[in-house]
Design a protein around this ligand. Sequence first.
Ligand SMILES: Nc1ncnc2c1ncn2[C@@H]1O[C@H](COP(=O)(O)OP(=O)(O)O)[C@@H](O)[C@H]1O
Ligand SMILES: O=P(O)(O)OC[C@H]1O[C@](O)(COP(=O)(O)O)[C@@H](O)[C@@H]1O
Length: 304
Amino acid sequence: MIYTLTLNPSIDYIVHVTQLKTGDVNRMTEDFKLPGGKGINVSRILQRIGSSSYALGFLGGFTGDFIEKWLIEEGIHSQFTKVKQDTRINVKLKAEEETEINGLGPDITEDEIKRLKFTLSELVKAGDIVVLSGSTPGSLRKGFYQELIQIIKENEAEFVIDTTGDDLLAALPEKPLLVKPNNHELAELYKTSLNSLDDIIIYGKKLLADGAKNVIISMAGDGALLITEDGTYLSNVLKHEVKNSVGAGDSMIAGFLGEFSQSKDPLEAFKWGVACGSATTFSDDLATGNFIRKLLPEVTAKKL
Ligand SMILES: Nc1ncnc2c1ncn2[C@@H]1O[C@H](COP(=O)(O)OP(=O)(O)O)[C@@H](O)[C@H]1O
Ligand SMILES: O=P(O)(O)OC[C@H]1O[C@](O)(COP(=O)(O)O)[C@@H](O)[C@@H]1O
């Protein structure tokens, strides 16, 4: 079974304005609310490509109820730990440019932490994969992901981690099945600047040397790299109308995992990842299964 764990889910409030005028009253031309948070997006895409998963994490208040109801309607299994405060709302402002304002998230109590850990340790079994995704609520103690990784490893399961900074660095020696920073996150992680594909590959390989089993570096409109023990591969860039960048990276992780959990073939899984990430980029919300399958034959990956 694949479990996704989102410590800091969100309602993504997508707001369109024709032209953003700061310091003035702006009128929306369109707005809608979607369940968000990286692990939740992974579960939604997995469902659309025919892989089931269980969504875990913290959810609270009316915003949490909205997300839970939505997931039930999409047929996604979940077992969230209920928290007292409201789940956050992240604003995705679409004007001439896309601007994101992500919330801090609710305060999490010690009892809520205990309950989440108990759920994880009861559910996860040997051979399962747990996807640890996204930021942690501002109130949560540093290093919390490490505590979860220990539970996953004690239960002989694998994990994927999609976060940034110290949490990602600390997870590498624990041998994650997959990490997928984008090129900007990679540069921040190693406190450097990456000015060419060669630079990106050097630091991508460092993630592998530091412990990751499979590395994807996503590069938005420049495609993606897969780095494994078998070599380095560069994907092509699909060309369709770009509509949305929210959730492209999460879709990529879902595509990789959906295929990898069946075939154990990282290269084929990478192609699914590129198809899913691209399809979401060319959609208003997360991509549909049909669109992903339509794009899959367009994806190529060449060995460098
Ligand atoms: N503008 C784009 N054109 C074509 N493909 C894109 C574009 N943006 C993203 N993608 C596809 O989606 C993948 C993930 O997107 P990216 O923006 O790098 O992830 P993240 O959301 O994690 O920053 C990319 O590697 C690429 O395959
Ligand atoms: O946990 P974070 O880092 O604040 O990110 C949360 C946001 O990321 C998203 O999951 C989108 O992530 P990606 O664009 O990186 O795939 C949104 O749904 C959500 O608002």
